[in-house]
Design a protein. Structure first.
Length: 226
């Protein structure tokens, strides 16, 4: 019976020696710039009706190019992990497998998307779209806001995008179409013109969508760092 006793002593000793590790306090939580923040990203368009048909496809690049709805979703999906890595909880209004559905009880889809942001108590609501114009020449990106409380978020996102493409910065604009129903700072970013031959092609590429996602995420981080 000698050996088991020795073994027991050895095990108890080992446990006691490791006690500092076993019972120590959890490591202090690392505070990231977006810890505790809730962000809602809204890739515009692509509302589906009851039959699964898309009823507002958005704009399309010339010569049967990229659809706005696909560019918006592509960029939004790339923004999500970047914000999560900074500590945020991120919601999308739609994904490829979970579309935004048309509900005839609701007056407007854009209004109900803003209400979704209110329900999840978002700290920021960022809508992603692409511009279109009859003129091929127009190009660049614009951040729209409506409530005065959204102006700083619009400025910060626009500045972040503008740092990468300074020649295409069309500035910020105040417009009533930007989710008056949203209770938190809300911005609609037009990420470029699908009607412009160069931007239309570029917006469809994975490389450009990745670059856009990085500067949009950076703009959101900059806003909350202030
Ligand atoms: Zn749009």
């Amino acid at each position: 019976m000698k050996t088991p006793t020795r073994l027991r002593v050895l095990l108890v000793t080992l446990l006691l020696c490791r006690g500092g590790v076993l019972y120590s306090d959890p490591p202090p939580a690392i505070s990231l710039p977006l810890t505790g923040k809730i962000i809602v990203l809204d890739p515009g368009h692509a509302v589906k009706d009851e039959s699964g048909k898309i009823i507002n496809p958005g704009a399309r690049a010339r010569r049967f190019g990229a659809w706005e709805r696909d560019v918006a979703l592509g960029v939004a999906l790339k923004v999500v992990p970047l914000l999560e890595a900074q500590g945020a909880k991120v919601y999308l209004t739609r994904t490829g497998s979970n579309p935004w559905r048309y509900n005839r009880m609701k007056r407007s889809d854009n209004r109900s998307r803003a209400i979704f942001a209110n329900v999840v108590r978002a700290n920021a609501y960022v809508r992603l779209h692409c511009d279109w114009n009859r003129s091929h020449k127009l190009h660049g990106f614009t951040s729209y806001y409506f409530r005065w409380g959204s102006r700083t978020l619009a400025k910060t996102i626009q500045r972040s995008v503008g740092r990468t493409w300074p020649g295409r910065d069309d500035g910020i604009q105040r417009r009533s179409f930007v989710s008056a129903s949203a209770k938190m700072p809300a911005v609609l970013l037009e990420m470029g013109y699908l009607s412009n031959p160069k931007e239309g092609k570029e917006l469809a590429t994975d490389t450009h969508q990745t670059a856009l996602a990085q500067v949009i995420a950076q703009g959101i981080v900059d806003y909350f760092k202030k």
